[in-house]
Ligand binder design. Sequence first.
Ligand code: ISL
Ligand code: CA
Length: 559
Amino acid sequence: MEKRPLSNAAWWKDAVVYQIYPRSFMDSNGDGIGDLNGIRAKLDYLQELGVDVVWLSPHFDSPNADNGYDIRDYRQVMAEFGSMADFDHLLAGLKARGIQLIIDLVVNHSSDEHAWFQQSRQSRDNPYRDYYIWRDPVDGGPPNNYPSFFGGSAWQWDAHTGQYYLHYFATKQPDLNWENPAVRHEVYEVMRFWLDKGVAGFRMDVIPFISKQDGLPNLPPEHLAHPEAVYASGPRVHQYLQDMHREVLAPYGAVAVGEAFGVDFAAAPLFTDARRGELSMVFHFDIVRLDRDNWRKIPWTLPQLKAVYTRIDQTGGSHGWNAAFLGNHDNPRAVSHFGDDRPAWRALSAKALATLTLTQRATPFLYQGDELGMANYPFERIEQYDDVEVKGNWRMLVETGQVPAAEYLAHLRETSRDHARTPMQWSADAHAGFTTGTPWLAVNPDYPDWNAAAQTADPQSIYHHHRRLLALRRSTPALVHGAYQDIDPAHPQVFAYTRTLGEHAYLVLLNFGTEALRYALPGGLRVAEAVLDNGAGDTAAAGASQVLLAPWQATVYRL
Ligand code: ISL
Ligand code: CA
C-alpha cells in the first residue's frame, strides 16, 4: 500500500474515540468470549452513537495471562477473537461507516510464550538473548529492588541459564530490550504490517517504560510504592520515540496515543509537542489515580479533581495535545468512581461526567458501556475476580498476612480493573444479550434495567445524551480547540469552566452533588442561552448572572 500523505490537519484532535475491550464487548459464536465478529455485528450502534474512531484493546494471539496485554504473535489474531479475515471484515465495516481504527501497541513487553523469548531463554549466547533484559544475581538474589505492578519482584529467576529476567508486570510478560536495535526494528515492522492493512494508528501501552535506567540501580525507598515515575523517566525514551516517529509514524501519518503512566506534568510536553516529532497525545493518569494510594482507595475532593484538569490542560500548551477520559479497562466504572451510582443519581451523574469529558480541550475517549452508565460489579469474594493484578496483590499482601483479607477486598470493591471488564449490557435477554453461552466473567445483575436496548429507545437516556453531546462537540470548534479556564477552582461542589475561541465562549456548569444550590456566576459572567442540559432541572434565562443548579445538573451555556 502506498505511504499515506502526511496528514496536515491533525484530524484526531477533532475526533471522539470509543474504546472496545474485545473480550467483553459482544460474543458472536456462543463460547462466552467476545470476538471480532461480535464487534462487527454492533457497528450500526457505534455509528448511531456518533463516534469517529474505535480503539481496540489487544486483539493479537495471546495466552491471556493479562487478557491480551501479553502478546505471543504480533501478526496473528487471538484464536478466541477470530481470524485475520474477521479482522479485515471488521476494519472494512468500520471504514464503510466513516470510523477509523486504532489498535493497541504493547511493546514494552511480550508474552513469555513469544518465539523471541522462547529462543532468548535457551542459552546466554542465543541470538535472541538480548531481545530481553537478563541479569546475574546480586548477593544471591534479584539484581535490584524493582517491584512488579502485579505483586512481588520485577525479576524472575531462570535456573536454566542462571540469570534473572525483568518483567515490570506479570512473570509471563518479560520486558523487551529497547537498547537492542533489532528489537526496535522488529517493532517497526509490526507497526508497518498493521498500518499497511489500513489501521489509522496506535494506542501505546506504557510506552514511556521502554527506556530502562542505566545500570538498573535500586529504587530509592520513596519510589518503591510508586515505581512508575522511575520506570517512565529512562534516559533514551525520547530518542526511541523520535526514531519511531521518523521511521513509521510520520511516513504513514499515523496517530499515536501514549499511555503516559508515571510521566509527570512537567515532562508531558516532551512527548506531545508536535515540533519534537514523537506522539500525537497522551493519557495522563492523575485523574483516575487521584483517589488511589497504590492498591488503597483514598478520599478525593472536587477542588483536587479540578486542579488536575487544569494542570493537564496546561501540559498540552499550544503545540501538544491530550486524551480526556474517566474510564477504561484498567479502572472502576466512571459513574461509580466519580459520579453517584445510587438509583436516584446514576443517570444524571453519568450524563454530567459525559459532559465533562466531551467538553475538554483534548480528544475524548469513551469506554464501552459508560455511554449506558454501566456501574461497578457487586464483588464479594476473591474467587469472583479474574484480574492477574488482583491475584498477584492477593498473594503478596493477603497470603503473606500483611493485609487482612476483608481490608483488601473492601478496597478492591472500589478499585478493581474487573469492574470495567464485565460484559457489555446489550439487552434484558439472558446474559444481557452478550452471549448465548456462559460469559467468561459474570454479567452485572443490574443488566435488566441498564442496557443498550432500553436506552436506545429512550430519548432521555444516557446513551442519547452522549449522542447530543457528540453532535454539539462536532458542531462547536470552541469546545474542541478553545482555551480552557476553570472560573471557580475552590468551590467544593460546582465545577465551572469556560471554553473560548475567538468571540465564541461557552460555560460548562456541573453540580457534583445531590444538593441543589443557587450559584452566582463569578466575574460578572452572564449566560446567553443553554445549548445542552442533562435534564436535571431548569436552565437559566438569557442574561442571568446566577443559576439554580439542581442535583447533578450539567449544562453547557453559550456566553
Ligand atoms: O494496574 C495498574 C498499575 O498499578 C494499571 O494502571 C495498569 O497496569 C497500568 O496503567 C498499565 O496499563 C497497561 O499495561 C498493563 C496492562 O495490564 C493494562 O491493562 C494496560 O492498560 C501491562 O500491559
Ligand atoms: Ca466468542
